[in-house]
Design a protein around this ligand. Structure first.
Ligand code: 5GP
Length: 222
């Protein structure tokens, strides 16, 4: 996506100290990656297999697609509602692309973390970086396809992408993978979705365990 076609921002996270491992707060897992890498599938599998993982439902102004459910896939809101929350610094991060706004509501994430609950976000790469700036302890995991050819195959098999949009997504993948390697806490190559899900779960388990290590106070007093 050309930079001039998007706009983004962060709210004042309002959390002050964003927390450190072992301080009793939950882990904020942020899944992002290249288009067609399969992060949505990995996210769904994690939700099913890990009941302790809460997921944040983003707000969006885009039209609801067939099969999407209000409050599950997104909160579908008007532009006015979105802008009102944005102007109150109510988003942890938000962005606008091709006229649609999307954002992560701040209050839900902050409240869950404060209660010691783990939260997962599945957002785009720039959004993940914005979260890291606001909450440096966030655990960023980057998901990528095993090869450009396989990524292309997956995008084509969706049946909904134009050749132009596929070309744009493949081109963007180069720079996104560089960001993944340099800025994220872990990179998972999604060759086999079961294995890739297990890898993300292992990265999360490692961070959870760190929070309970002798170097930090036990997060739940246990
Ligand atoms: P969709 O196909 O649902 O319109 O867009 C999906 C893309 O938007 C995915 O890359 C997804 O990760 C990203 N996305 C969904 N919600 C948010 C959000 O709240 N913030 C950001 N930055 N990206 C989001």
């Amino acid at each position: 996506m050309p930079a001039d076609e998007s706009e983004s921002g962060t709210g004042d996270s309002g959390t002050g100290d964003s927390g450190a491992p072992g301080d009793g707060r939950g882990v904020l897992l942020v899944l992002a990656g290249t288009s067609g890498a399969g992060k949505g599938t990995i996210g769904s599998r994690l939700r099913e297999s890990d009941p302790a993982l809460n997921w944040s439902v983003s707000w969006t102004t885009r039209a609801r697609r067939a099969g999407e459910r209000e409050g599950v896939d997104y909160h579908f809101v008007s532009r006015e509602e979105f802008e009102r929350l944005r102007d109150e610094s109510g988003f942890l991060e938000w962005f606008e692309v091709y006229g649609d706004l999307k954002g992560t509501p701040l209050r839900y994430v902050v409240d869950e973390l404060a209660q010691g609950h783990d939260v997962m976000l599945e957002i785009d790469v720039q959004g993940a970086l914005a979260v890291k700036r606001a909450l440096p302890e966030a655990l960023l995991v980057f998901v990528q396809a095993p090869s450009r050819a396989e990524q292309r195959r997956r995008l084509e098999s969706r049946g909904s992408e134009t050749e132009e949009s596929i070309a744009r997504r493949l081109e963007r993948a180069e720079s996104e993978e560089r960001i993944g390697a340099e800025e994220f806490d872990g990179v998972v190559v999604n060759d086999d979705v079961g294995q890739a899900t297990a890898e993300v779960a292992a990265i999360l388990a490692f961070r959870r365990a760190r929070g309970r290590s002798p170097h930090g106070d036990p997060p739940h007093g246990d």
